[in-house]
Write a protein that binds this ligand. Sequence first.
Ligand code: SF4
Length: 188
Amino acid sequence: MGWREAMSSWPVVRQLRGADRLGRGAAAQSRRYLELTPRTQAADKVVKSICPFCAVGCGQQVYVADGVITQIEGDPDSPVSRGRLCPKGSASKQLVTGPGREYRIKYRRPHGTDWEELDLDTAMDMIADRIIASREKSWEWELDGKRTRRAMGLASLGGATLDNEENYLMKKLYTALGAIQIENQARI
Ligand code: SF4
């Protein structure tokens, strides 16, 4: 590229010579910018969803190309959020595609200093054993002559990513077990 051509590609020269005198449009656009296309353009389908991060429940549009999520944006049809997402919701694509996402069960033993990996069956058995043991140990039939029938050693603190249906089932399960401390992040 000669110097004349190189100079004429400078944004300030394009601004002074072209129609975009305020430098807010074409004069400020680089060659690289002109080659870019939005990730949404390559999607072969768009799936409506709800942001799982908090109780606001903003509507999302999930863009998918070849079975892979390529972008998540706000859903203009949502009466809750009308196309908007906060920074957490805008970054929720990383929930499924981020390299930090953990796919294996990690367990750190009491007094342990390192994480161990467990298979799902082992982890589920360990959880079930602990729930049964805690319930047996902390079960209370009555207190001061009044019937209580509760397990004070059990509690649940759900995360914000749990949906209504999951919370409903968890409430049923923990109440059946005798727990009375049942909370969800969305209520905090
Ligand atoms: S986008 Fe933000 S405000 Fe909306 S549901 Fe997600 S976390 Fe909550």
